[in-house]
Design a protein around this ligand. Structure first.
Ligand code: GLU
Length: 288
């Protein structure tokens, strides 16, 4: 049997903090314990926010922690063609449509729907439009006129085509076993943003498959995103990995760590004299 494949997939839009250290070290520990492979993927599709100096810092911080990964590192910004191809498949299934609204217009549409308009699992209002909001002719004319648009998944149609979905959850810190996916809770998610030819959901699913990832180990803030990932995998005919969503490291007030807080950045802690063993202790990971 081929060895299990794990990956750590940070975005280079800031310095790694203790939460990233937990995720990276857990992936590395699990890969080592199972004689598996560990890949590093740089999720840098957001060209405005991602910077080469942060990518450089990520590799330095990981090496300092003692994490080793296989080469080559996959950089998402170098693979827009792969995401375009996946979009083409969804388009051929007639599952995506362009939407032209600005953030402000969407906020106004939501406000018009009233206070009890549904929210997605991240707490953001579900997109209030639908592919029927505009006729095919009007959409085509606006695209031809060069108006910027995002591509959205027609969730109702996609869910109907895919049928009921589940995923295998091996999380020690999350419910174990088989989880029923609920992609419809996200509404018509964006698969390609106005300013980039892909989105987080699409790229992560395409890359996990292309890289042969068998075990996705990541923070439990992404637990319900897995519903969308399972849907896209099914529509695109991609294999399903096993998922393990781990607890999040929080600050003393119980808040999720942020890349903008200096005090929990690995480089700050290192400069203050912390050792990799100290970091393991701080995040409650046993010595390897
Ligand atoms: N790039 C994502 C992040 O930094 C992680 C994506 C994933 O593990 O699926 O939060």
């Amino acid at each position: 049997m081929s060895p299990p494949v794990f990956r750590f997939a940070p975005s280079p839009n800031g310095y790694l903090h203790l939460g990233h250290a937990f995720s990276a070290l857990l992936n590395a520990d699990l890969a080592r314990q199972s004689r598996g492979r560990l890949l590093l993927r740089i999720e840098d599709i957001d060209r405005a926010r991602c910077k080469p100096e942060y990518e450089q810092a990520i590799t330095e911080d990981l090496a300092w922690l003692g994490v080793t990964w296989e080469q080559p590192v996959r950089r998402q910004s170098e693979h827009f063609d792969a995401y375009r191809e996946a979009l083409g498949k969804l388009q051929a299934l007639d599952l995506i449509y362009p939407s032209f609204e600005s953030r402000g217009e969407i906020a106004q549409m939501v406000a018009d729907r009233g206070d009890d308009w549904p929210r997605d699992p991240d707490g953001a209002p579900v997109y209030p439009g639908s592919r029927d909001s505009l006729s095919e002719g009007v959409r085509r004319a606006r695209m031809d006129a060069g108006e910027p648009y995002a591509l959205r998944l027609d969730m109702r149609k996609a869910v109907k085509l895919a049928g009921p979905l589940t995923w295998r959850e091996a999380g020690r810190d999350a419910p174990e076993g088989v989880i029923a996916a609920r992609p419809d809770a996200w509404g018509d998610v964006i698969l390609a943003r106005k300013d980039m030819p892909t989105s987080y959901h699409l790229s992560v699913v395409v890359d996990d498959a292309l890289q042969g990832v068998t075990h996705v180990v990541r923070g439990e803030d992404l637990f319900w995103s897995t519903s969308v990932h399972r849907l896209l995998q099914t529509l695109l005919g991609l294999p399903q990995p096993t998922y393990r969503h781990h607890r999040l490291i929080t600050d003393s007030a119980g808040r999720k760590l942020s890349k903008s807080t200096q005090s929990t950045a690995l480089r700050t802690l290192r400069a203050d004299g912390a050792t990799p063993a100290d970091i393991r202790r701080m995040i409650g990971l046993p010595e390897p």
